[in-house]
Design a protein around this ligand. Structure first.
Ligand SMILES: Cc1cc2nc3c(=O)[nH]c(=O)nc-3n(C[C@H](O)[C@H](O)[C@H](O)COP(=O)(O)OP(=O)(O)OC[C@H]3O[C@@H](n4cnc5c(N)ncnc54)[C@H](O)[C@@H]3O)c2cc1C
Length: 300
């Protein structure tokens, strides 16, 4: 039992899962529903890429067929990128396969042939480990493993979609390009920001660093000052930049979960007891409204 099947519409996560399989001496196979994605995935070190070709644009409509396919292939595990669509597909596949499932893992490893899945639960209060001996489905966020490279063949398989879910309408949500998952420098703003207009101050620092702006959950979900895909943490994005700067971010565990793999963490907060300083490599205690312009000028 060593064939890992991987699906992620985010190709960076698929690449990392292939890397995970390789590092653990397992055989990675990738499934995709896109011919274009198949071409890219074929350079990422998998054994094979299966392009599953069907009529429906909705991935979840293939859950039953994928389950059949995984059984035929005698897959040992199905690893899915923890995106909204990936989570949906994973749950359906686990249902059809009548198997165990662990979602949104914070760690994943093999001990002998057991898959050990680590998850943070109860809003960050508890770290839980689950061991799977048999086939299981897991969803994995980005930023946990190193990708590898290597070419492989693409196999096209025709699949008949289940048509119970139909696409009624597609409306695009306007948003600035989001390169957060792969950005090397990230400036994150928290509820220490008093006014929405003050984002221009933060964007000034982001621009001189040529980085990306991010935020805590409250800035996106309560104040709606930045799009939800910009917030970092256990229920948001997990990032791994070279440099992460926190501005007015207290550093609660649910947020820190998403930044703990950052190479250098810099925190600016007026409260010297803010938990973020426990995780920071460099800390400045002070008013960010005074410090941001100084930093921006210095770096300009
Ligand atoms: C189940 C669950 C899941 C969650 N998931 C997430 C998640 O994924 N991501 C996430 O971010 N949160 C998440 N949260 C919320 C999380 O617990 C915290 O409430 C949140 O991260 C706090 O955001 P914050 O640091 O911006 O705000 P606060 O905790 O209010 O901190 C604001 C900070 O700004 C400082 N400050 C104020 N004014 C200034 C100034 N002028 N200059 C400098 N510093 C200043 C303050 O001293 C303070 O430290 C979750 C919570 C739960 C219960």
């Amino acid at each position: 039992m060593s064939d890992i099947y991987i699906y992620s519409e985010r190709l960076d996560i698929a690449a990392e899962l292939i890397g995970f399989a390789r590092q653990n001496h397992k055989e990675p196979y990738v499934v995709t529903f896109s011919a274009v994605a198949a071409e890219e995935l074929a350079n990422l070190g998998a054994n094979k890429v299966f392009y599953l070709k069907g009529e429906s644009p909705l991935v979840e409509n293939y859950a039953k067929q994928i389950s059949k396919f995984l059984k035929e292939q005698a897959a040992s595990h199905f690893m899915v990128g923890a995106t909204a669509r990936g989570r949906d597909l994973a749950a359906r596949v686990a249902g059809y396969m009548d198997c165990g499932m662990a979602s949104d893992l914070s760690g994943l490893t093999y001990v002998d042939d057991e898959l050990i899945c680590e998850r943070i639960i109860y809003g960050g209060a508890v770290r839980q480990k689950e061991a799977f001996k048999d086939f299981c489905v897991v969803t994995v966020p980005g930023g946990l493993f190193e990708p590898v490279q290597g070419d492989c063949e693409i196999f096209t398989i025709d699949l008949k979609a289940d048509e119970r879910v139909v696409l009624v309408e597609r409306t695009e949500i306007p948003s600035r390009g989001n390169d957060l998952p792969t950005a090397s420098k990230v400036v994150c703003v928290g509820l220490g920001l008093a006014e929405e207009e003050d984002l221009s101050l933060v964007n000034g620092l982001v621009d001189v660093l040529e980085g990306e702006i991010a935020c805590t959950r409250g800035i996106a979900e309560e104040r709606h000052w930045l799009p939800v895909e910009r917030y970092i943490g256990i229920s948001g994005a997990v990032i791994k930049p070279e440099l992460y700067i926190a501005l007015g971010v207290s550093g609660q565990i649910q947020h820190v979960y998403g930044i703990r793999e950052s190479k250098i963490i810099v925190a600016i907060d007026k409260n010297d007891k803010a938990p973020i300083f426990r995780y920071a490599d460099y800390g400045i205690v002070g008013d960010m409204y005074e410090i941001i312009p100084l930093l921006t000028d210095l770096l300009n």
